[in-house]
Design a protein around this ligand. Structure first.
Ligand code: NAP
Length: 361
């Protein structure tokens, strides 16, 4: 018997990726799809007609599910116990909607930024901060939730640079300052995204709100749980430049990093990245990449087209590690924004929470 899951925003770019990744999932089965009132009442196949974005055919098991209005929570009762949230709405409305589902006993795993800075909501990358899930006990106490919970995944480019620096920090090397320049794919803007005439033959050096997310979310992920809150790690300072580039999928980050005191040498860094493993790998979770950080030696890698699908789109591919001229070292990180950075990351979070018993089935 598989665990029944639902998707809010199932018709959108990330929602469709959830549908695709969950098609043959060994633990989970999609049994509830919801979106805006525009799609509600139609079969899933009808609601996404003409805008199915995935390169694989729509799975048969979702074609005839009737899309519900996401705000009508009663419709989800009895159909699923886990809710993946990928709606695009005003942040206040998302905050209310996600909490309302959690109050009704659903485990809500969100892709949205709305709750990323809520004190008692973990921003999870289970290879990095699995211990932050302990805040869920405080969350349940604070809101009077019984089985419900709320956990989110970070912004879609964050893992490209936070996973490699966390691997070094875990070995006692304190990264203190970083300059990160992201080159972010079009699918990160949802469907249909920026117009072709704005993007072909062009780069747009602004993505609203993205630099703030890229600078602040890592401090929460690398922070610690204390007195019912997650305290941000302010010992690491990040300055980000975020650019939209004419790539379909895959966010790249060009990183310069500086260490607070002792620094590893280049060989040690490569060795640490190669051997880095987190809880999802030890637990052999279905969505976990075998190797979370893959280093590509060629001097023109990583590239989105060649490297975004490494290990089912869940690995971070790193390359171009070299000395820096201003900071200690430089490297380039890349990860798939709608897989590791969105739906795949959300599914991995759910698997981890099921495995440690925080999602009760
Ligand atoms: N794209 C990425 O790489 C990425 C990565 C990480 C996180 N995210 C986040 O994931 C969320 C979804 O992104 P996306 O790229 O999938 O956006 P999208 O393609 O624009 O899809 C938006 C989804 O939200 C639904 N929706 C819109 N208004 C709604 C309402 N009032 N009530 C209920 N549902 C509503 C839409 O339903 P209809 O089809 O009925 O309009 C659609 O299913 C966003 O918060 C985004 O920031 C995206």
């Amino acid at each position: 018997m598989k665990i029944k899951v639902g998707i809010l925003g199932a018709t959108g770019s990330v929602g469709q990726r959830f549908i695709q990744l969950l098609e043959d999932h060994p633990w989970f089965e999609v049994n509830y799809v919801a979106a805006s009132p525009r799609s509600a009442g139609k079969s899933y196949q009808e609601a996404v007609s003409g805008r199915w974005l995935m390169s694989t055919p729509m799975p048969d098991n979702v074609k005839n599910l009737i899309v519900q209005d996401a705000s009508e929570i009663d419709a989800a009762q009895g159909k699923c116990s886990i809710i993946f949230s990928a709606v695009n709405m005003a942040k206040d409305d998302i905050r209310k909607l996600e909490k309302a589902y959690a109050k009704e006993g659903f485990a809500v795993l969100s892709n949205n930024s709305a709750h990323r800075h809520t004190d008692n909501v973990p921003v999870l990358i289970p290879e990095i901060n699995p211990d932050h899930t302990e805040i869920i006990h405080d969350q349940r106490k604070a809101y009077g939730w019984d089985k419900g919970l709320l956990a989110v995944k970070p912004n879609c480019s964050v893992q490209s640079y936070v996973t490699p620096i966390y691997a070094l920090m875990e070995q006692g090397y304190k990264v203190s300052e970083m300059i990160v320049t992201t080159l972010q794919a079009l699918s990160g803007a949802g469907y249909p995204g920026p117009s072709s005439l704005d993007m072909i033959d062009n780069i747009v050096p602004f993505i609203g709100g993205e630099e703030e997310k890229s600078e602040l979310e890592p401090q929460k992920i690398l922070g610690k749980v204390q007195d019912g809150k997650i305290v941000y790690n302010q010992n690491i300072k990040i300055s980000a430049h975020c650019n939209r580039v004419p790539v379909i999928d895959g966010h790249t980050a060009c990183v310069s990093m500086k260490f607070a005191d002792k620094k590893p040498n280049l060989e040690e860094i490569l060795d640490i990245w190669k051997n880095f493993k987190g809880e999802p790998q030890k637990m052999e979770l279905p969505m976990a990449p075998l190797q979370p950080i893959i280093y590509e030696k060629e001097n023109d890698r990583p590239q989105p087209r060649k490297d975004r699908n490494n290990d089912k789109g869940m690995a971070v591919t790193v390359g171009r590690l070299r000395d820096g001229n201003v900071f200690d070292y430089r490297f380039v990180g890349l990860s798939h924004n709608t897989i590791r950075g969105a739906a795949g990351g959300g599914i991995l979070n759910a698997e981890y929470l099921v495995k440690i018993g925080l999602i009760e089935i």
